[in-house]
Design a protein around this ligand. Structure first.
Ligand SMILES: [Zn+2]
Ligand SMILES: [Zn+2]
Length: 217
């Protein structure tokens, strides 16, 4: 081990560096992750911790199949080589394609050429699915996830602002209307304060970033 000495001046510089909020946040994150991975010992626990932290922040864990690379093993980017011509045998970068991965992030915005942060079929079969199921069943995580993983007891309840009376309301307090082209599905439509109804192609209540987690009815 190399020993080195620090002058008072250097120590002060380091102190200043450590007071940086981002570094403190990172330290908290790493400490929490260490506690988590110790509790759920598995080769994939680090990644699982990341998606759980994100789900807590968003109130919901995503579940959608997209094309992209696997966050655990890195596979998924597939190259095609030129079959003929001058560049025969070389990689054709215009024809790169991605395998399907299951993305647990809830992404609100679709970006062109966006590479999702998912898990490939092989990693899911090699233990990630089991780890995720076991973790969600044994811990008490207050966010919503897809029942296809394991049944979820919670629901994300979003706060909205009425377009007419401007009062705030939870989506769970609103009465629902039938969707126009889907006879079996409904949407939260009506303000519990003034009865203003949001229409699919008309006025709609304002969405806020606020949410709470409630038990599923
Ligand atoms: Zn993988
Ligand atoms: Zn209202």
């Amino acid at each position: 081990m190399t020993q080195f000495e620090l002058s008072d001046e250097d120590v002060l510089k380091i102190d200043k560096f450590l007071s940086n909020e981002a570094i403190k946040e990172r330290a908290v994150f790493l400490r929490k992750r260490a506690v988590f991975t110790d509790q759920y010992k598995n080769k994939d626990s680090n990644f699982l911790f990341e998606i759980i932290e994100l789900a807590k922040k968003n109130g919901i864990m995503g579940y959608s199949f997209r094309s992209g690379t696997c966050a655990i093993c890195g596979s998924g980017k597939n190259y095609i080589k030129f079959k003929s011509g001058m560049r025969k045998g070389e990689i054709n970068h215009n024809k790169t394609w991605y395998s399907t991965v299951l993305d647990y992030r809830k992404s609100f915005v679709r970006v062109k050429d966006y590479t999702p942060f998912g898990v490939c079929e092989e990693c899911r079969e090699n233990g990630f699915d089991d780890l995720l199921k076991r973790t969600l069943l044994t811990g008490d995580f207050k966010f919503e996830w897809n029942d296809k993983i394991v049944p979820c007891p919670y629901e994300k309840d979003e706060k909205k602002i009425c377009f007419k009376c401007e009062k705030s309301m939870w989506e769970s307090e609103m009465s629902r209307s039938q969707k126009m082209f889907a006879s079996h599905s409904t949407y939260a439509s009506t303000c519990p304060h003034c009865g203003a109804v949001a229409m699919p192609f008309g006025a709609s209540h304002d969405i806020t970033e606020d949410f709470r987690i409630i038990e599923k009815k």
